[in-house]
Design a protein around this ligand. Structure first.
Ligand SMILES: Cc1cc2nc3c(=O)[nH]c(=O)nc-3n(C[C@H](O)[C@H](O)[C@H](O)COP(=O)(O)OP(=O)(O)OC[C@H]3O[C@@H](n4cnc5c(N)ncnc54)[C@H](O)[C@@H]3O)c2cc1C
Length: 291
């Protein structure tokens, strides 16, 4: 089913789950177990990332197609501009169309390893806004895009830039936006209010990252522009060496974050599962009254 139809028909907030294509057979087996476990809580759709530098093109395609064919879940394929010309992207989209994949999360992507900044491939695209316009020309895909409530690290004009480009993504054909993960709900609410004022009417779905390893989250957040509020340090620092305690606290904090987001009208939640089911299922159990 198309994302636009799923979101349009929703009578209550939806939740979705994001996976990455594993590199090994064991990882692949783990992914299918994880998907089966998450199916028990009925996500609205499952999305599959597209590895940095386009490195997982075939694996992303294979997994998205298998999700659609074998689980009955609606599937969303992430797609980036990295390392691909218009013609190569058109070929890939033709494959998706033939496989019955109807949903694309359109991204610019990051610089491939060894490069310090993103550079468009010859004959390719420089920004997600261009990829979205191209996707709209290419046929009847439902299109999701990414957005950054605390600002994309490269946005020289801060969050205001991201809002301007998000409006452009909507105008070029995006049906919804999924955010970078964040822990500061106030930042999301401010961002959402500014998006409203800018005429952005498509659903903006908060991305939720359950914390399983605080050190990793701190490292990754510094790269992707997510702030770690002082209150989160205060709660996590005393237990950060004890991964079981971190995971338990991570579930409590994510559930409370999700509850507040849903009480304040978030249209859904997108869980970054990292191919693990336990945290998402536990959080879902604590907020199921809202979903
Ligand atoms: C929900 C989600 C899923 C993701 N999935 C993946 C994935 O599967 N694979 C992967 O490699 N990465 C993924 N990413 C990371 C993403 O690729 C990076 O954050 C990347 O740096 C930016 O991608 P974008 O689509 O947001 O780019 P853009 O929207 O193109 O933005 C990149 C920068 O350019 C600026 N900009 C945007 N449009 C224009 C314009 N028209 N003119 C001038 N400047 C502009 C923006 O302000 C920003 O600073 C994901 C991110 C999110 C939030």
């Amino acid at each position: 089913m198309k994302l636009s139809e799923i979101l349009g028909a929703a009578t209550k907030p939806l939740f979705s789950c994001e996976f990455f294509p594993p590199k090994t057979d064991k990882g692949e087996e783990n992914l299918w177990n994880c998907l089966r476990e998450l199916q028990t809580i009925n996500p609205a759709y499952a999305s599959v990332t597209y590895g940095a530098g386009g490195t997982t093109q075939d694996r992303t395609k294979g997994i998205v197609t298998r999700i659609k064919d074998e689980t009955g879940l609606s599937a969303v394929a992430h797609l980036t501009c990295v390392g691909a010309s218009r013609d190569q992207l058109a070929d890939l989209l033709a494959d998706y169309r033939a496989a019955g994949i109807q949903n694309i999360l359109a991204l610019r992507g990051d610089a491939p390893e060894g490069m310090d900044h993103f550079q468009a491939t010859e004959g390719g695209f420089s920004h997600a806004t261009d990829l979205i316009a191209f996707l709209r020309e290419q046929g009847d895909f439902s299109i999701a895009c990414a957005t950054y409530p605390e600002g994309h690290p490269e946005s020289k004009g801060g969050v205001a830039d991201d809002i301007r480009y998000l409006k452009m993504k909507q105008d070029n054909g995006a049906d919804c936006a999924i955010t970078q993960y964040f822990f500061d709900n106030e930042a999301f609410f401010r961002f959402r209010d500014s998006c409203d004022k800018a005429g952005i009417t498509m659903p903006i779905i908060p991305g939720i990252m359950p914390i399983g390893n605080f050190d990793q989250i701190v490292r990754f957040s510094s790269m992707c522009g997510t702030s770690i509020p002082a209150w989160l340090h205060e709660k996590m620092d005393p237990v950060r060496e004890d991964l079981d305690a971190v995971a338990k606290l991570g579930i409590e904090l994510a559930a409370s974050q999700c509850r507040e987001l849903l009480e304040q009208g978030a249209p859904g939640l997108h869980f970054y599962t990292l191919n693990k089911s336990a945290a998402t299922i536990a959080i879902h159990g604590k907020i199921s009254d809202y979903l």
